[in-house]
Ligand binder design. Structure first.
Ligand code: NAD
Length: 262
């Protein structure tokens, strides 16, 4: 049997918000291709560190609060110090809050814009100089189907996600003649802690079971009636880092079971 070198061996990937859900799924898929990993997020991280280290790559963790530009500066400096530079940047950290515009708490609005949108500006502005110097880099912004269409009660989230789709295009254009690409991934429903909260709220308000609440959520929006998985999203991220993707620039790629095709 022949063993090929993992495609991302020697590269370093920073995945923000990678202690659970989509970020962790992407971090594990990048590690499986040989990338060293900087984890970030507020959740328990030791088991993720152990799992990724067992894949034979180097892994570290930084607890930056992605709503704070000074924390982000520290995260980027720590990544460069630990690994040399950040070759693959996955802007994934995100939160949700559900309320009508007139009832939306202003503090939640500010937090969602800071974490889901502005953090990607700060990480990108700090990662780009070394990516440009080495003429290779991948910035992958985890947007959402809500970067392309709206849903009631999600004003801040939809505004932030439309914003990150725009940031993706501009970052891609500014680097279009280089080896640095920037693209967005737009998932539909993924059954992570962020969505389980919405399933729980639906089950409570309609007085239905967890399973019924999940089916209802899918039936409203996602024709496939299936959740996208963090593993599928990780495989798309790996593809966007690979050799065939060098001229994919500024794309927002749905993985939404047909949600936005309607
Ligand atoms: P999740 O709640 O499982 O994970 C979010 C991660 O972000 C966690 O690691 C959390 O600790 C971290 N985080 C939250 N606030 C942070 C902060 N201030 N600083 C640093 N880290 C912070 O959620 P998820 O569903 O995996 O979401 C990940 C991304 O995917 C988000 O940007 C979300 O908008 C996007 N997304 C999710 C879905 C879905 O259906 N779950 C769909 C489309 C897009």
């Amino acid at each position: 049997m022949t063993h090929s070198t993992p495609s991302l061996a020697g590269k370093t990937a920073l995945v923000t918000g990678s202690t659970s859900g989509i970020g962790l799924g992407i971090a594990k898929k990048l590690a499986a291709q040989g990338a060293n990993i900087m984890l970030n997020g507020f959740g328990e991280y030791q088991s993720a560190m152990n799992e990724i280290a067992a894949m034979g790559v180097q892994v570290d963790y930084h607890g930056a609060d992605m709503s704070k530009p000074s924390d982000i500066e520290d995260l980027m400096a720590a990544t460069a110090k630990r690994f040399g530079q950040c070759d693959i940047l996955v802007n994934n950290a995100g939160i949700q809050h559900v309320a009508t515009v007139q009832d939306f708490p202003t503090e939640r609005w500010d937090a969602i814009i800071a974490i889901n949108l502005s953090s990607a500006f700060h990480t990108s502005r700090l990662a780009l100089p070394s990516m440009q110097a080495s003429n290779w880099g991948r910035i992958i912004n985890i947007a959402s189907v809500h970067g392309l269409v709206g849903s009631a009660q999600k004003s801040a989230y939809v505004a932030a996600k439309h914003g990150i789709v725009g940031l993706t295009k501009v970052t891609a254009l500014e680097n279009a003649t280089t080896g640095v690409t920037c693209n967005a991934i737009c998932p539909g429903w993924v059954l992570t802690p962020l969505v389980q909260k919405q399933v729980d709220a639906r089950a409570a308000s309609l007085g239905v079971s967890n399973e019924e609440a999940k089916r209802g959520l899918l039936a409203e929006k996602e024709p496939s009636m299936q959740f996208t998985t963090p593993e599928e999203l990780g495989d798309l991220a790996v593809f966007l880092c690979g050799p065939a993707s060098g001229n994919i620039r500024g794309v927002s790629w749905q993985m939404d079971g047909g949600w936005s095709a309607q």
